[in-house]
Design a protein around this ligand. Structure first.
Ligand code: ADP
Length: 394
């Protein structure tokens, strides 16, 4: 039986129909630019993509369009459950949950922590409940996997009442991806389930790394929000917070405007001045563009430094995993990062590094301990598996 996986963003809706038992994805797609005259619905099946315009459509109409497409493909009937990606579960969710009115109420309480992401996630849940009233809906949270972090890893050294009164602590994100690739890495590297130490690096438009000990996240780089940690496409990652006050004084801008620049105009885009897209930055760097070279250098330097820091909570390193659009595809980023981590015993296998990518997973280092691996992520499959497990146990 198949699971419908939904990921509702502010102006987009991603979907997939997946058989969690065989890992087969029957169809996937995205409705984007919702609310604009250019809104469209892409449906991908067997390697071919069809696009239909849905001008002015909002999430409701887009999801009706998805259901129509599923009906045409004979995939709308016999679904086992609907799995929803939910970005911020705060401290309220340590695992995936069947969605009940109480769970929705708790998700609503998490809106102040994820003001941009949680409201559209909830919109998707409400529409799916009305379209599939007989199906179990399951929430899968980006933050849940990191709820195993100990207080020493999640507590910020700020006034303690900020934690007690305003829930200011590190939560971490990309949990579904870190969980999936760590599981795959165990299998690929032949590591025991009850004794392993892995660092996973999810490098997409957003980037985060996690330290995973025996299947549990013990530390991660993103914090209260996805702005902390590694350098990203448009986000700065960790910086001196006093920069905000300094730039506010110097420019007259508000903290909100400056935070907007730290989220949308920093990272690869900010330093290179060219693009948030790693392919563009790498190409410009290889053509001699100094700022693109600097952006690429900082990206790999911060990543390597952070990976080394994450070995502290682990006490040792068995495997380092690269995933996400950059982690899976950029031989350059992997080579430059590993080039700084030789002291951990990681030695790049250039031929393997050139070979591995989105289509092929595996080891890219020469030794066996520790090893670095490329593992393509599949958050949708993980959501489908969680939803199926809960539906079958329910
Ligand atoms: P998202 O986080 O939105 O899911 P992805 O995981 O697809 O995004 O990652 C997008 C990033 O992957 C972009 O920076 C893009 O440039 C990068 N990327 C994709 N293919 C390559 C490649 N061949 N070489 C370098 N970077 C790549």
């Amino acid at each position: 039986m198949n699971v419908l996986v939904l990921n509702c963003g502010s102006s987009s809706l991603k979907f997939a129909v997946i058989d969690p038992d065989t890992s087969v994805e029957h169809v996937s797609g995205i409705a984007q630019r919702l609310g604009s005259p250019e809104a469209s619905l892409d449906v991908k099946r067997n390697g071919t993509k069809s696009t239909r315009p849905i001008p002015g459509a909002l999430h409701d109409e887009a999801l009706h369009g998805v259901v129509d497409a599923l009906k045409e493909l004979g995939l709308a009937d016999g679904l086992l459950a609907v799995g929803h990606r939910v970005v911020h579960g705060g401290s309220k969710f340590a695992g995936s949950m069947a969605i009940t009115p109480e769970v929705v109420a708790k998700m609503e309480e998490c809106i102040p922590l994820g003001p941009l992401h949680n409201p559209p996630n909830l919109v998707g849940i409400r529409i799916a409940q009305s379209l599939f009233p007989d199906l179990l809906q399951v929430g899968v949270f980006d933050t849940a996997f990191h709820q195993t972090m100990p207080p020493v890893a999640y507590t910020y050294p700020v006034p303690f009442e900020w934690l007690e009164k305003h829930s200011v602590r590190r939560y971490g994100f990309h949990g579904t991806s870190h969980r999936f690739v760590a599981r795959e890495a165990l299998r690929l590297a032949g590591l025991p389930a009850d004794d392993h130490a892995i660092v996973t690096a999810h490098l997409g438009n957003g980037c985060s790394a996690a330290a995973i000990r025996n299947g549990k996240s013990v530390d991660t780089t993103m914090g209260l929000t996805p702005l902390e940690g590694l350098m990203m496409g448009t986000r700065c990652g960790s910086i001196d917070p006093a920069i905000i006050g300094h730039v506010a004084d110097a420019t007259g801008k508000s903290a909100k405007e400056i935070l907007d620049s730290l989220n949308k105009k920093s990272g690869l885009l900010g330093v290179s001045g060219l693009s948030n897209d790693m392919r563009t930055v790498e190409e410009a760097a290889s053509n001699g563009n100094d700022r693109a070279k600097l952006a690429l250098d900082i990206f790999c330097y911060v990543l390597a430094k952070t990976i080394a820091a994450l070995v502290v909570p682990l006490g040792r390193l068995d495997a380092l995993v690269f995933t996400g659009g950059i982690g899976e595809n950029s031989t350059t980023v992997r080579a430059m990062t590993l080039g700084r981590l030789g002291f951990l015993g990681l030695a790049l296998d250039e031929a393997a590094n050139a070979k591995h990518g989105r289509a092929q997973h595996g080891r890219i280092t020469t030794g066996t301990k520790p090893q670095a691996l490329v593992v393509p992520t599949n958050e949708e499959l993980m959501i489908a598996e969680d939803a199926a497990q809960i539906a079958r146990g329910a």
